[in-house]
Design a protein around this ligand. Sequence first.
Ligand code: AKG
Length: 286
Amino acid sequence: MLSNITEPDRARFETDGFLVVDRLIETAILPRLHRAFDDLFRGKFETGVRPDEVNWQQQTGDPSLTRQICNGWKASLDIAGVVLDERLGRMIGELAGWPGVRIMIDNVICKPPGAKSLGFHQDSAYLSWFTPSDLLTCWIALDDTHADGGTIEFVRASHRWQPGAPEGEFHAPRDYRLPMRNAAAREGVEAEICFVEVGAGGGSFHHGWTWHGSGANAGSTPRRSLVLHAMRSDVEYDPDHFDQGIGPIYSRYRRLGDNLLDENYFPILWRQDGYRTPQLETYLNR
Ligand SMILES: O=C(O)CCC(=O)C(=O)O
């Protein structure tokens, strides 16, 4: 049974800055998603479109690193079927109390046994080019996850800490928790780290300011996850913060004459009034 958001879920998310969920997607689709991951990291792009960020490829990638691709939905219809799902959009909207939900970006992440950590960070510290700049992320485990297998870790209630500036490396830093420990020291608190340990198909939601990262994979199985970073449906480009975090790739999608976000690149997954970007169904059923 796939989860729905309940009032206690909302209260927990509000208090902790994250919520762990047993089941987010049907386990029957996991083999297809595993194959889609293999294809993407081998450079096989089903739709003919290259994902926006290809940070690791089989032929050239450093095998000690965690593999990452951003906006796999543009290359793989199996990935698209998950991260453009209306149901996940609704869950995010209900958790956040937003009128509607757009995808900002997806992350395809694979951490094989032995692969290195991803540094602790706050997503919102890197992303203030749109307004309102609220962000909420759904992290889906495609393998069973364990504390020693490099699963994602959250610091409880850290979404209430002072917003920090970007600090440290994301890929394979020397001490992956250091920026978070520095922030905890500034805050004068002891960080309470919570590992997301779920079966494949489960996962979590986290607030844009919640501190999170993940250690090296000391286990014997890969740790794959599919991540949906979402924003409100009514966001616009923020001309006053346009240079903050958008970078050369996503700034290309800006329209010439106004600050509206183009639904071809940032589709609306769900809105309270029933609207959903109409072209999504055509794309998903190609
Ligand atoms: O999967 C991970 O280890 C980190 C993912 C992440 O940074 C995120 O979901 O925001």
